[in-house]
Design a protein around this ligand. Structure first.
Ligand SMILES: *Cc1c(COP(=O)(O)O)cnc(C)c1O
Length: 348
């Protein structure tokens, strides 16, 4: 008896580029490298979508797993952009430090990304469809290990799949609900992009979906008074006097999209910016709010349910003007239509 294998992805010619969801597709190639005896070995592309590992692997029992997520964008002139891949490399190195795993050097990380994009190039959605090629790098502890200590061997891999909007509707606002649960502890692994945080988020996420919300909003794990994460995206708000504000806390995942928006708000639009506390009893200060991340891009938050309150930020149906402006600037840069700040775009 064996479990089902994901079938090969459809031929690119048969894909409906404008209606891609966010679902796994078994593309022709993925990258793999193996850490043994203190170095990365046997690195390269493979057609095998499965991994065979020892049953005692730390990734299976103790969550010794880190991952990343970024996208390749098809530009108007046919070229291909990666958006700030050095930031993902750095963040994965930070996650590895927290989980005691060997780091993938930035150069190796970026050249591996490029090799996966090039090998699956025909699966990059055409410019203008809104689709992108999502890239998922990850690193797992493997080997007959079972004792609670870091593995001695590791696998680093990157696969790809064409994706559309993460939250249905794109720039249409959706509603979120405050969770009674925490995804990460105050000094836990919230700032690391690790599988364990996601395991902890599945149940609260399901409760939110069952209640008719897009996802849940996690509050600070100490007092449950401040907004932290929007499901698997960062939160931002635009105050009534035009300031761009995002929460600051050791249990928030440092989003590349969030830092990019902080920069663009300040430098391209001359807005004041702040990383600080966002108290749920002071939401009246905000004129607009949204979720941001690679998968979510920018998704406007329409309403926010906490306890008996239902707070509407800008509108339940329309995106606010500042959110739209930031979205256009960010996606313009990613698809190569707007001049990028120095070092943000890596051509494949
Ligand atoms: C990956 C992730 C984000 C978004 O980070 P980006 O670098 O913008 O993609 C936000 N929150 C969580 C919990 C994440 O895992």
């Amino acid at each position: 008896m064996s479990l089902s294998k994901a079938p090969k992805a459809k031929n690119p010619a048969e894909l409906d580029w404008s209606n891609l969801g966010f679902t796994y597709m078994n593309l022709p190639y993925r990258y793999r490298a193996y850490w043994r005896d203190g170095e990365w070995r046997d690195a390269g592309l493979t057609e095998d979508a499965t991994i065979t590992i020892n049953e005692g692997s730390t990734s299976l029992h103790y969550g010794q797993e880190v991952f990343e997520g970024l996208k390749a964008y098809r530009c108007k002139d046919g070229s291909i952009n990666l958006f700030r891949p050095d930031q993902n490399a750095q963040r994965m190195q930070n996650s590895c430090e927290r989980l005691m795993m060997p780091k993938v050097p930035t150069e190796m990380f970026i050249s591996a990304l490029k090799s996966v994009v090039k090998a699956n190039e025909e699966y990059i959605p055409p410019y203008g469809t809104g689709g992108t090629l999502y890239l998922r790098p990850y690193l797992i502890g493997v080997g007959g290990n079972i004792g609670v200590h870091p593995a001695e061997e590791y696998i680093f891999s990157i696969f790809a799949m064409p994706v559309g909007n993460y939250f249905k509707g794109g720039l249409t606002p959706t509603n979120f609900i405050a969770s009674e649960y925490d995804r990460a502890a105050h000094k836990g692994t919230g700032a690391s992009k690790v599988g364990g945080n996601y395991a902890a988020s599945l149940f609260p996420g399901q409760l939110a979906h069952d209640a008719g919300f897009s996802d849940c909003i996690y509050l600070d794990p100490i007092n449950h008074q401040k907004i932290e994460e929007v499901g698997s995206a960062n939160f931002f708000g635009i105050t009534k006097d035009g300031k761009f504000v995002t929460p600051k806390s050791p249990s928030i995942l440092p989003s590349v999209t969030k830092f990019s928006l902080l920069y663009l708000a300040e430098h391209n639009f001359g807005m004041e910016t702040e990383q600080g506390d966002i108290y749920i009893d002071q939401l009246d200060h905000f004129a607009e709010a949204g979720a941001c991340g690679t998968a979510a891009v920018i998704s406007p938050i329409g309403g926010f349910q906490y306890g008996d309150h239902f707070h509407v930020f800008y509108s339940k149906t329309e995106v606010g003007p500042v959110t739209r402006k930031l979205y256009d600037e960010l996606t313009g840069i990613q698809f190569g239509d707007v001049k990028a700040p120095e070092g943000w775009i890596e051509k494949v």
